[in-house]
Design a binder for this molecule. Structure first.
Ligand code: S3P
Length: 460
């Protein structure tokens, strides 16, 4: 696929009302569980990004009927318990770590073989963390070194429930084990080293499964599921993605006289760390309204610009609740006054790209003063905009692409990215939404600092 360079330049004030697309994690799960359930599932607000479309296509390949209807709703006609069938073709998971990891758990409990491939970024990501517990349950895997894809899964209709403590606080690994547990004999129990997003637990309950959440003697969360349960089709109303909402909100906070309202954002406690952190840094962010939507807390947020942010130490225990937001937090920290210290970031090295290394290098090139550690990032801000004026390689990573475009709204000279196309994975209307609130972001085929625009695209 050809690259789509883009640039952004100093903008503001940003003003307006926005609704960002549906939450990626909840969207994946709604399609997957809808495809596994008995009967019909109707989904509103689904994120129609490339990652979720990969999940939908994979579920179709495995036998589920999944359609987008003329009324804009998605309907899944699930296969019911033990109803999946072997895919004749290799399943291409594109860029999506969530799709492949959760589906590995789903197919592990079937006496069939499944073959997974993905793009260059996904092919570098570690799958051993999912393979190890699923092997313990009875599935067989053939993969490249460190469990990397391409991968073959030989499932087992007689999986055994296990008691497993996650070595990393990963919702994807937890979810893969719980989904395998749904088809296993006996109880499957997962202990988390730190609370990570709990959408699988919430949604399994919403689809009628019995799932138990308790605390062990050290206060760690223990999630248990009995095998042999079936899911029942239901209605799912997907709230907006707090990870996507963070981009216009940080942009507003960083631009004087801005005021941006973002509506219907999922504010699950396992996801809202970025907002707590920005508020601690002095950002003018107000929760206007909070309500329940299908078991998830949802809020409307007002973000205003003009207040000088100050550096803080981000508590390491907060990392899982904002794991995808460190690239955009690093942008905010560069505009803050004082030192922002982020620790416990080792997982950032194995996301869609090495987010720690790429943010550190890109921000340094743009004029930031920072230190990168093996699992930490310390940013020294002087409260003034960075100089900018550099091009960043996005390495197939949507959040790297969006973070540097937001940075460019604040820098003295424009910021350019080599490829905006990865943004399609999670926030397909990012450019048009940002432009609607006043951001200058344009497609750019040539100029490294954006002086010359050859093409103007709404649909990057
Ligand atoms: C996700 C979990 C997180 C997150 C990813 C989505 C999920 O990954 O980074 O974008 O939907 O379960 P890890 O489980 O690897 O932390």
């Amino acid at each position: 696929m050809s690259k789509k360079p883009a640039y952004s330049k100093k903008s503001g004030p940003l003003k307006g009302r926005a609704v960002v697309p549906g939450d990626k994690s909840i969207s994946h799960r709604s399609i997957m569980f809808g495809g596994l359930a008995e009967g019909e599932t109707i989904i509103s607000g689904l994120l129609e990004g490339e990652d979720v479309l990969s999940t939908a296509e994979a579920m179709r390949q495995l036998g589920a009927r999944i359609e987008k209807c003329d009324d804009g709703l998605w309907r899944c006609y699930g296969v019911g318990a033990q109803g999946l069938s072997e895919s004749e073709a290799i399943i291409d998971m594109g860029n999506s770590g969530t799709s492949i990891r959760l589906l590995m758990g789903v197919v592990a409990g079937y006496a069939m073989s499944t073959f997974f491939v993905g793009d260059a970024s996904l092919s570098k990501r570690p799958m051993g963390r999912v393979i190890t517990p699923l092997q313990e349950m009875g599935a067989t895997f053939i993969a490249r070194d460190k469990g990397r894809i391409p991968m073959a899964v030989k499932g087992n209709a007689s999986l055994k429930g296990i008691n497993y403590t996650l070595p990393v606080a990963s919702a994807q690994v937890k979810s893969a084990i719980l989904l395998a547990g749904l088809n296993a004999t006996g109880k499957t129990q997962v202990t988390e080293p730190a609370p990570c997003r709990d959408h699988t637990e919430n949604m399994l309950r919403h689809f009628g499964a019995n799932i138990d959440v308790s605390r062990d003697s050290e206060g760690l969360r223990v999630i248990s599921i009995e095998g042999g349960q079936s899911l029942q089709g239901c209605a799912v109303d997907v709230p907006s993605d707090p990870s996507s909402a963070a981009f216009p909100i940080v942009a507003a906070v960083l631009s004087a006289d801005s005021e941006v309202h973002v509506y219907g954002v999922c504010y699950n406690e396992t996801r809202n760390g970025i907002y707590k952190t920005l508020i601690e840094m002095g950002a003018d962010i107000e929760i206007l309204r909070s309500y329940d939507q299908g078991g998830e807390t949802v809020v409307d947020i007002c973000a205003k610009g003009g207040k000088q942010l100050h550096g803080i130490d981000v508590p390491a225990e907060r990392v899982p609740s904002m794991i995808d937001e460190f690239p955009i937090l690093a942008v905010a920290a560069c505009c803050a006054k004082g030192v922002t210290k982020m620790t416990g970031l080792e997982e950032l090295r194995v996301k869609e790209s090495d987010r720690l290394g790429i943010m550190a290098a890109g921000l340094t090139a743009a004029g930031a003063n920072l230190e990168e550690g093996a699992d930490s990032l310390t940013i020294h801000g002087d409260g003034r905009p960075l100089k900018g004026g550099v091009q960043i390689e996005t390495h197939h990573d949507h959040r790297i692409a969006m973070s540097f475009l937001i940075l460019g709204l604040t820098t003295d000279a424009p910021m350019r990215i080599d490829d905006a196309s990865p943004i399609q994975t999670s926030f397909p209307n990012f450019v048009s939404l940002m432009r609607d609130i006043g951001a200058i972001i344009e497609a750019d085929d040539v100029a490294p600092t954006g002086e010359k625009t050859l093409r103007f695209a709404e649909d990057l």
